[in-house]
Write a protein that binds this ligand. Structure first.
Ligand SMILES: [Zn+2]
Length: 245
């Protein structure tokens, strides 16, 4: 069920996209939530523009849809926390167990019918947070804290110790979903060019990705999401400047 509100409605708050929105803040506590990422709800282009232009799009409870835009399984794991850099909007997608299952299915780590336990979720969250503490610093050219590096070292040691070695093709393999994801964390640090690690250019997003573009110019986690919002904001600002000039 979609409800569009015009900006003429008097009770004005800020919608999760950071745009002026007519939906009263009190209504957010009523079990509904604002749209915070376009990709979550599979909007049509027309609906996206309603949202981007700040007309206010309210959605009922919608199922989480995993967005795999990091370019690596370990980064997609890290990106299961949305709006990390904006504490008022931060959402941990793994708070709910069904979301963990959706993410694991979308990432191809499990197939339909696999049992996702709290313990698996807790293992993934622990690996995610350890990886993020190091990656977040590297993505912005900072030196990771010693404690963060030590925690990563502990994680990687344990992952490699518990993996099995296969000889054809030669490599390390984990047989359980938690092990597969944690091995991916090790592989990210071991195999990838972390000089291409970036943080999304949006002020609040905080998602990380590997910039695999030829000229290293990718700015956004998703050009259809954060990129579009930035373009719409610039467009809106220009139109406002021109109308007040
Ligand atoms: Zn982003």
């Amino acid at each position: 069920m979609w409800t569009y509100h015009s900006r003429a409605v008097p009770a004005v708050g800020l919608c999760c996209g950071g745009w002026p929105c007519a939906i009263p803040i009190e209504r957010r506590a009523s079990g509904k939530r604002h749209l915070d990422r376009l990709e979550d709800v599979g909007l049509s282009n027309r609906q996206k523009w309603y949202w981007l232009l700040g007309l206010g799009v309210e959605v009922g409870r919608v199922a989480y849809r995993a967005e795999l835009v990091g370019g690596h399984l370990a980064l997609d794991l890290v990106n299961t926390v949305a709006w990390r850099l904006d504490p008022g909007r931060t959402v941990d997608r793994f708070t709910e167990l069904p979301n963990v299952e959706r993410w694991l299915l979308a990432a191809g780590v499990i197939t339909d019918g696999a049992v996702v336990t709290r313990r698996l979720r807790d293992d993934l969250v622990a690996a995610r947070d350890i990886a993020y503490d190091v990656l977040a610093s590297l993505a912005i050219g900072d030196r990771p804290a010693r404690a963060a590096v030590d925690a990563l070292h502990g994680l990687v040691s344990e992952v490699v110790r518990s993996a099995s070695v296969v000889v054809s093709p030669f490599g390390w393999r984990a047989d359980d979903p938690g092990g597969v994801v944690r091995l991916a964390v090790w592989r990210l640090f071991e195999d990838e060019d972390l000089g291409r690690l970036r943080q999304c250019g949006d002020d609040g997003c905080g998602w990380l990705f590997l910039d695999r573009s030829k000229n290293g110019s990718r700015r956004w986690c998703s050009s259809a999401d954060c990129g579009n919002r930035a373009r719409a904001r610039r467009h809106y600002q220009r139109a406002r400047d021109e109308s007040t000039a």
